[in-house]
Design a protein around this ligand. Sequence first.
Ligand SMILES: Cc1ncc(COP(=O)(O)O)c(C=O)c1O
Length: 359
Amino acid sequence: VNQNLSSADHAPALSFKSDNITGASPEVISAIVAASAGQASPYGTDDLTARVERKLGDIFEREVGVFLVPTGTAANAISLGSMTPPWGSIFCHPDSHINNDECGAPEFYSNGAKLVAVGGPSAKMDVEKLRSLARVKVGDVHAVQPSCASISQATETGSIYSLDEIRAIGDVCRSSSIRLHMDGSRFANALVTLGCTPAEMTWKAGVDALSFGATKNGVVAAEAIVLFDTSLSKELAFRRKRGAHLFSKMRLLSSQMDAYLKDDLWLRNARQANLMATRLSNGFAGLDGVETFGATEANIVFCRLPSLMIEALLNAGFQFYYDRWEPNVVRFVTSFATTERDVDHLLSHMRLATAGAAV
Ligand SMILES: Cc1ncc(COP(=O)(O)O)c(C=O)c1O
């Protein structure tokens, strides 16, 4: 394959495995360095943390409870733990990160609540299924009690809940007296696609607590639990500490979030990641044997590729997940750091592989 490449195509091979393979935005690194100088009050009692809390209040246009943690798993598990008793159930999609990729942390942090899978196409929970499950065995001492639902926005497959879909789920939660959590590890990617306000995508649609992701989209390690139901705040402060996630040098986490929110860096980064995913899926048009699944809405592209193409791309050094879901199903993830050149480099190798297969 390499013998057929033009000199412009000799860029180093790339990983499209995840948006976690990138580093951080330079603005974030500079902010950590600046915050590291001098002294500051510990455990989140510093000025920078207070500023981040104010900024998130402004962004969401209301009073919020803000709790910074270093990972998305911590944000999900600690917030969910505050939304359910140990005998409760947490409704989630079978493909959700909390169900598949958190090693039981939501169950652990809730002291044993049960995750109950609610299916639906495109990794999105079916609202009617949720409606019926939320009524099952309510008050029956032999069964876990419906306590909250969790949706991922954007989802693990890169699809996005519309505002109407979130509102419909919010209505079911409210009428069933259960709380609604949003796993927003790719919150900004979904927001820039919907073009709505952060308030519309969350509390105005019925969301009580949000894991506001930043790590995948440009920071080193910082996520914010944002509580719209501020009655949970007091308990959450104790849960975070008891769960070993209250950072003594909190300002170094806060400095990342502060830089992330400054001058719309979070939105600019997400737009770049989404644009590159769209560029990639648009580039599939006309490539023989490449089947794309659904529209590209965020920064994840799922497709089916011929085995020979997968092999050629791997041989050329590209990295991506494949064969995990079904044979020949491939996932490409772009990030704020992905460039047009990166995408075109991948596409040029895919074109070569199709040409090679046709010979
Ligand atoms: C949907 C979703 N939620 C949460 C996370 C957070 O994971 P981590 O604990 O690795 O930061 C991820 C990361 O892959 C994710 O894809």
